[in-house]
Ligand binder design. Structure first.
Ligand code: ACO
Ligand code: ZN
Length: 281
């Protein structure tokens, strides 16, 4: 016999249309029953409302005048903008975002209650509006000092460096708060890959740009990455060496050039001077 929760978790959505993209759902999402198992769910890319047919979506689009997420635009650099939403104030929008993102998140309990969270939504701007690329949510108060609850790049935009931007942005917020932060556990496989790549690149970049000896604590203060995440990353990369009876962190000469080249290839990054934000009080 299956428990109700197991039955409820059977994948119920097929395909989703979001703006000009069509993607397959990966996992169960608690959309209302009447939307389950239809061939394609049509989503308004600006308010994230959902419809069973293209006709109903186009009728909605004539009335829906949103061209970007509600909330405050707190970052703009070139064509990338971030909007800050409060789950309590932009309740419907954040609920719609949770439904959409649950299609691609398996291990997370979907927070039906969006009110304890802030949402940071990354968009790409063009002449037709601000198109959602991805987002992360963040608890207003985290007892565990998590700086991200859920993070997602919509599947049509994955593997283009946007996840990295989202992660970088989450640490910029932690720096402004003067706190260290880490993503909520457990991480998905993709989440772990994305975070590992970010931690490695960030620590290595800092080491390459620092001539003095540097301690774990220095790295933590400069990056807002927790001591545990730094320790893990340096261990994985085998950056700890014994030198004159001490533990030091250093990058083998032979690898430095390889890292420099890899770093030059990276296209987008967060420009902290473009972030206009104070921690909510
Ligand atoms: N295979 C191997 N490595 C990968 C993959 C993959 N499929 N995806 C990301 N990586 C690694 C790579 O090192 C990559 O760098 P590279 O492309 O230069 O090699 C690095 O992560 C960063 O990749 P991005 O393109 O910046 O990341 P992306 O935009 O694809 O977003 C994310 C990563 C957010 C984890 C995305 O895969 C996603 O949304 N997955 C579904 C939802 C999910 O699992 N979210 C995390 C849950 S855990 C949590 O919420 C705290
Ligand atoms: Zn709409």
């Amino acid at each position: 016999t299956q428990s109700i929760s197991e039955i409820a978790r059977v994948k119920n959505m097929n395909r989703l249309q979001i703006g000009k993209h069509e993607v397959d759902a990966w996992y169960f999402s608690p959309y209302p029953q009447e939307y389950a198992h239809i061939p394609i769910l049509y989503i308004c890319e600006f308010c994230l409302s959902y419809f069973a047919s293209p006709f109903m979506l186009s009728r909605h689009r004539r009335r829906c005048n949103l061209l970007h997420p509600p909330g405050n635009e707190i970052y703009r650099h070139e064509d990338i903008s971030f909007f800050e939403l409060d789950g309590k104030r932009q309740l419907t929008w954040c609920r719609n975002l949770s439904l959409l993102s649950k299609c691609f998140l398996d291990h997370k309990t979907l927070y039906y209650d969006v009110t304890p969270f802030m949402y940071y939504v990354m968009c790409q701007r063009d002449s037709t509006g601000c198109h959602i690329i991805g987002y992360f949510s963040k608890e207003k108060e985290s007892a565990d000092n998590y700086n991200v609850a859920c993070i997602l790049t919509l599947p049509q935009h994955q593997r283009h460096g946007y996840g990295r931007l989202l992660i970088e942005f989450s640490y910029e917020l932690s720096k402004k708060e003067g706190k260290l932060g880490s993503p909520e556990k457990p991480l998905s496989d993709l989440g772990l890959l994305g975070y590992r790549a970010y931690w490695e690149a960030t620590i290595i970049e800092l080491l390459l740009n620092t001539s003095d000896d540097i301690s774990i604590d220095d790295i933590a203060q400069k990056t807002s990455i927790t001591h545990a995440d730094i320790m893990n990353t340096c261990t994985t990369l085998q950056l700890f060496k014994h030198y004159k009876g001490q533990h030091v962190i250093s990058i083998p000469e032979a690898q430095q050039e390889r890292y420099r080249k890899a770093m030059e290839k990276r296209k987008r990054r967060i420009h902290s001077e473009c972030l206009l934000w104070k921690p909510p009080v």
